[in-house]
Design a binder for this molecule. Structure first.
Ligand SMILES: Cc1ncc(C[n+]2csc(CCOP(=O)(O)OP(=O)(O)O)c2C)c(N)n1
Length: 641
């Protein structure tokens, strides 16, 4: 269903159309853009508060800069809905995040206005700096490069690395710090305190006013503008040295803080900044959820991505069910961790900026001194956990599977090589759904399986998750322990089962059979069970093995499988290259077994967004896909073995 845009917005099919508006019309355009986002997200879901917070900034940026020649990089990209709508995608916006529809994040293949693909945070400054250095090299001196980065995303190490580099680069780079004091949850750390200080500091604001007065005159000064800027800069520097502005100390000219909701003022400022050469940062203060009262006044974390809601009352639609539902895996993790921590005073929880998303917030509420949100800092989260482990504590470091990619060297260098017993809980493992390619937890089984001193496991249901967590906190000599589970619900209504130890490396046979064996890892085991039932009704006898561990793999069970079956299917919600199926094939080759083995999992290509079930179907490992392969294998005449 197409949502009708307001009168001005209806005329805007590109930034060129936007530029035909009078500056005084921008306030109304902002109102219409905001309403269009509210109308769409309330019906179709998606990220919400962040896009509302940058409406004015988005309009001002496309009004002032010559996009796509000037390059605009959004950090994370969950706030880029307004950008998409203004850059030719208004009439497809109702397909946002749906299977086959627009991506929820900027994507180079989707539009020339999407200068850089994003989804994971803190990359914008590096990417925009790369573009700026390329422009300088290519002698495109008129080209501008803008990175818009939130205060949350700025807590990520790569953002600091990029600013450290940018400060010594002679490039047309403008960093816009979109400071709303929020990450998904309230932002954390010393940088947040610093930004609050600088925003409220009286000295700072007085200097800022002086600077803007002078800057306002820039255009009148024509050629000598740069000279004036240097004077201003020196003025700022000498006064600020006593205040030691963090960004200035990195050699980035700092401007602000400014009201990020005053579109008129933003246009004026951006025009001025466009004329100032060199790397610079504009500090904008905004409100997440701006212009939608329930989001502005309510819980910003809830309104980060609220699902569908009533746009008048602000009531968030809750799914209603006739029967009780199984919990989300993340909640089982959160509650179980607290249970374990109560019994074992060495247990510590760590999350890099995902307290709500991982349900670590349950422990943060109950045991605030034993659970840490370290900011969007996956690398730090892993090495910090390693440090805790050296002192005999038992860290449970919870990181989404796709975000763990960030911290791979830390896992190898700081954890595995030193053989430290750190526990990794990887949420959102497997195809993650509407967030799409950047957020699929496709690779962890493969990227962890090749590491020494690493246990790689996946529970098939909530009770198994609890048992694996229980096992992971028992004293052991070294070895990291990873437990991966998917986004969304488990399968058990009564999930608070008593916890028991699982022998590391021991799988289980859940169904015996004669004709074919299905070997699974993790939650997709439930698909296999369903398929076994369907096949039984057709007179086909399939066995099902839930292997639980990809490493160490249960060799005794695999000997049984390869001795008894000549037709075997491996199923995983992970990449086929190097994952669970590969482990089974390696075993077969090493042990000189011969069998017809088909692997099901994520193929060697980028899988886009959609509902998880749709994507499982696309990749052929939903129950129908599995059944189809069983049928093919059973009717096919195998090549002689
Ligand atoms: C590497 C990485 N870790 C975690 C996330 C999850 N995440 C998405 S948005 C977000 C908060 C971003 O905060 P901020 O940059 O301040 O933007 P805001 O939503 O406040 O506008 C987080 C933690 C991510 N996208 N990438």
């Amino acid at each position: 269903m197409l949502i009708t845009p307001g009168k001005l917005l209806a005329q805007i099919n590109s930034p060129a159309d936007l530029k035909t508006l009078d500056q005084v019309q921008l306030v109304q355009l902002c109102e219409e853009l905001r309403q269009f986002i509210i109308d769409n997200v309330s019906v179709y879901g998606g990220h919400f508060g962040a896009s509302l917070g940058v409406v004015e900034l988005t309009v001002a940026l496309h009004y002032v800069f010559n996009t796509p020649y000037d390059q605009l990089v959004w950090d994370v990209g969950h706030q880029a809905y307004g950008h998409k709508i203004l850059t030719g995608r208004r009439d497809q916006f109702h397909t946002n995040r749906l299977y086959g529809g627009l991506s929820g994040f900027p994507k180079r293949s989707e539009s020339p206005y999407d200068a850089f693909g994003v989804g994971h945070s803190s990359t914008s400054v590096s990417a925009a700096l790369g573009m700026a250095v390329a422009s300088r090299y290519l002698k495109e001196d008129d080209r501008q490069h803008v990175a818009v980065i939130g205060d949350g995303a700025m807590t990520g190490g790569i953002a600091f690395e990029a600013m450290n580099h940018a400060g010594v680069s002679d490039t047309n780079l403008l960093i816009i710090l979109n400071d709303n004091c929020m990450s998904i949850d309230p932002n954390v750390g010393a940088l947040k305190d610093y930004l609050t200080d600088i925003t409220t500091s009286r000295t700072y604001n007085r200097i800022k006013d002086d600077v803007w007065k002078l800057l306002g005159k820039l255009s009148t000064f024509g050629k000598s503008a740069q000279e004036i800027v240097s004077k201003i800069e020196n003025g700022i520097k000498s006064t600020l040295l006593s205040q030691s502005n963090f960004f200035e100390s990195l050699n980035l000219r700092y401007f602000g803080p400014v009201d990020g909701h005053d579109v008129d003022h933003l246009v004026t400022i951006l025009r001025d900044l466009r004329n100032i050469k060199g790397p610079k940062i504009l500090h904008c203060v905004t409100v997440k959820g701006k212009g939608f009262a329930p989001a502005e006044k309510g819980n910003a974390t809830t309104w980060h991505a609220p699902g569908t809601f009533d746009k008048i009352s602000g009531e968030i639609h809750q799914k209603t069910h006739d029967a009780p539902q199984p919990p989300k895996y993340q909640d089982v993790f959160g509650h179980t961790l607290v249970e374990l921590a109560k019994a074992n005073d060495k247990v510590i929880g760590i999350t890099p900026a995902m307290p709500s998303g991982s349900s670590m917030n349950i422990m943060m509420r109950e045991m605030p001194d034993r659970a840490f949100d370290v900011g969007i800092a996956e690398q730090h989260a892993v090495t910090f956990s390693a440090g805790l482990a050296t002192q005999g504590l038992v860290p449970f470091c919870n990181i989404y599977s796709s975000f763990m990619q960030r911290a791979y060297d830390q896992v190898i260098h700081d954890v595995c090589i030193q053989n430290l017993p750190v526990n990794f809980c990887l949420d959102r493992a497997g195809l993650a759904g509407a967030d799409g390619a950047t957020h699929h937890g496709a690779y962890d089984l493969a990227y962890f399986r090749c590491l020494p001193n690493m246990i790689v496991s996946a529970p098939m249901n909530e009770s198994e998750l609890r048992n694996l967590m229980y096992t992971a906190q028992l004293p052991r000599q070294g070895k990291a322990f990873s437990i991966r589970y998917p986004r969304g619900q488990g399968v058990l209504i009564n999930w608070r089962t008593p916890m028991e130890q699982i022998e590391v490396g021991r799988g289980r046979k859940l169904r015996d059979g004669e004709d074919i064996a299905l070997l699974t890892i993790g939650h997709v085991g439930n698909y296999a069970l369903e398929v076994c039932d369907r096949l039984a009704r057709k007179g086909v006898s399939a066995a099902h093995y839930d292997m639980r561990f990809v490493k160490p793999v249960d060799e005794a069970l695999l000997h049984e499988v390869f001795t008894r079956f000549k037709k075997i299917i491996t199923i995983e919600d992970g990449c086929m290259q190097g994952g669970f199926g590969s482990a089974v094939l390696e075993f077969m080759a090493d042990q000189n077994y011969q069998a017809e083995v088909r692997r099901l999992g994520i193929p060697d290509r980028v899988v886009e967004h959609g509902e998880q079930a749709e994507l499982h179907r696309e990749c052929g490992y939903d129950p129908d896909g599995i059944e189809r392969v069983v049928t093919e294998m059973l009717v096919s005449v195998s090549r002689p073995l």
